[in-house]
Design a protein around this ligand. Structure first.
Ligand code: HEC
Length: 121
């Protein structure tokens, strides 16, 4: 007599495969497109101005200013003499002054609006 008692134990490894939630951060926010030059108006000369002027401070300090070309010239001179700004080459300076006098003159056509200032001002 052969007792064939097969005790087939099938260990059911309950393999619960939890698919980890996608860690794909939504850093790239397609809705929140930042303008490349911050507050500065995109126009000819903005790039030169942005890079020459935002090394030490935010572009906001520029955007909220409204000056004549002559006053901008004096301000940049002051920035060079008193703040250690690298003196722009003549062509560069002209480009910056053209840009500033056009877009940040006394009529302040591009004065930053309050909604662009988180935390007010
Ligand atoms: C080397 C550093 C440096 C660079 C580059 C620089 N600035 Fe400034 N700027 C300063 C400092 C420092 C102050 C703040 C001085 C203070 O308020 O005590 C300032 C202040 C200012 C102000 C405010 C002045 C006021 O009356 O309150 C304006 C406007 C300004 N900068 C414009 C510019 C522009 C335009 C450029 C580019 C052409 C520029 N800055 C580049 C250092 C710099």
């Amino acid at each position: 007599m052969i007792h064939t008692a097969f005790r087939v134990a099938l260990p059911l490894a309950a393999a619960i495969l939890l698919v980890p939630p996608a860690v794909a951060g939504s850093d790239a926010d397609p809705a929140g497109e930042e303008p490349e030059f911050g507050l500065l108006k995109e126009a000819p000369g903005v790039e030169t101005t942005f890079y020459a002027c935002t090394a030490c401070h935010s572009e906001r300090i520029i955007a909220q200013q409204g000056l004549t070309r002559e006053e901008w010239g004096e301000l940049i001179e002051w920035m060079v003499e008193e703040q250690g700004m690298v003196e722009p080459e003549e062509a560069e300076l002209r480009e910056i002054l053209d840009y500033l006098a056009t877009h940040y003159n006394v009529d302040r056509p591009n004065f930053p609006t309050r909604h662009s200032a988180p935390g007010g001002g």
